[in-house]
Design a protein around this ligand. Sequence first.
Ligand code: GDP
Ligand code: MG
Length: 438
Amino acid sequence: GLTGRLQSVFSKLRGKGKVTEEDVNEALREVRLALLEADVNFKVVRDFINKVRERAIGQEVLKSFTPGMVVIDIVNKELTELMGGTHSKLARSTRPPTVIMMAGLQGAGKTTTSGKLARLLQKQNHKPLLVAADIYRPAAIKQLQILGEQIKVPVFSLGETNPVEIAAKAVEHAKENHLDYVIIDTAGRLHIDEELMDELKQIRDAVKPDEILLVVDAMTGQDAVNVAQSFNEQLELTGVVLTKLDGDTRGGAAISVKAVTGCPIKFAAMGEKIDALEPFHPERMASRILGMGDMLSLIEKAQASIDAEKAAELERKMRRAEFTLEDFQEQLEQIKKLGPLDQLLDMLPGIGKAKGLKDLKVDEKQMARTEAIIKSMTPEERRRPEIINASRRKRIAKGSGTTLQDVNRLLKQFEDMRKMMKQFSNMMSGSRGKALKK
Ligand code: GDP
Ligand code: MG
């Protein structure tokens, strides 16, 4: 399955210290196959792979110390984006009731989902009304009534009369009884046909729903996407509910429905029970599809522990007065990756206004100059900057193609930084010891 396949791709990446561009391409080839196998639309897959590759290479994955994790992170983020990025909320009318029309093929889960949605709204202190507008199977009305009884939500039914009339009268009934949500359970067919669409359009025109939710069975893979596409063309859907995500479903539908139709997935149903409906969260779904909920938190932890390691190393060096210009340069590189230094410093109370550091603007030119200056020093000078006298300064300026002022400024900044770090490390050493034990 998709999950297993992707996991093996990622574990391959994880086992390596460094990943070459070839590795990234190989991994993406596997991801591509995995997605195609999961029945994701091939155009969606192609775009997806291109995006991930672009982003992976743009972010210098190859230089990273954990390239596999970076790729995982990118795949996860792009997948999330593909499914809509953020959670898309259910509409709410400013003039209640909010009318929700359910549509979909027979067996997709419309009636069950109507009941679940009523339950969800009820839990949020709303007063929903369920409407039995599937008149073709007497069992359908009964099914909805049983669900209504179970959760104590009223069910509006007029037996086997015209569904358009039922829907319109139900909305009136809700207004009169101060019910703020109307959920209309409509009929489905085994296949899309004109008769079905006409009836749905008539209901739509009669009640002007705030939401037209298409209920699709996630187990049907590519078919789910085709169904979504034609319902959307006919009815202009406002959202999709994916059902049966609890079974041995291929995640493909979730991935391509949004990409192909542009309709957000609003809910996910994961079981037959009345509580088995959840607001759809793309980022959670992406983690689930990738089977890497744990892996993502692992990435965070790894990142945190590596930072802690580096910090501890730095602290040790500073204590022994070993902090050198090479370390300084590395620090600047790290800072450069993090973003504008002024903003970073502003976040640290008391540090933001520290003298000397204010001038330490991190821009590309400055970084290049700093690097050139440090490179023009001898290893001895880098380790013991105090030996850099006037003539050495001149030599360094010449060698690095900078001015004497540039060299002086850098050495001053380094000295300031060293002093400040020492203070900072004294301040932090008490609490750090405890924090690292955990
Ligand atoms: P409708 O014809 O679209 O109204 O579909 P129903 O609501 O009657 O559901 C058809 C079948 O699918 C029923 O047996 C439901 O119990 C089942 N079903 C609906 N949603 C889910 C789900 O999320 N998971 C599982 N496992 N079964 C579901
Ligand atoms: Mg039904």
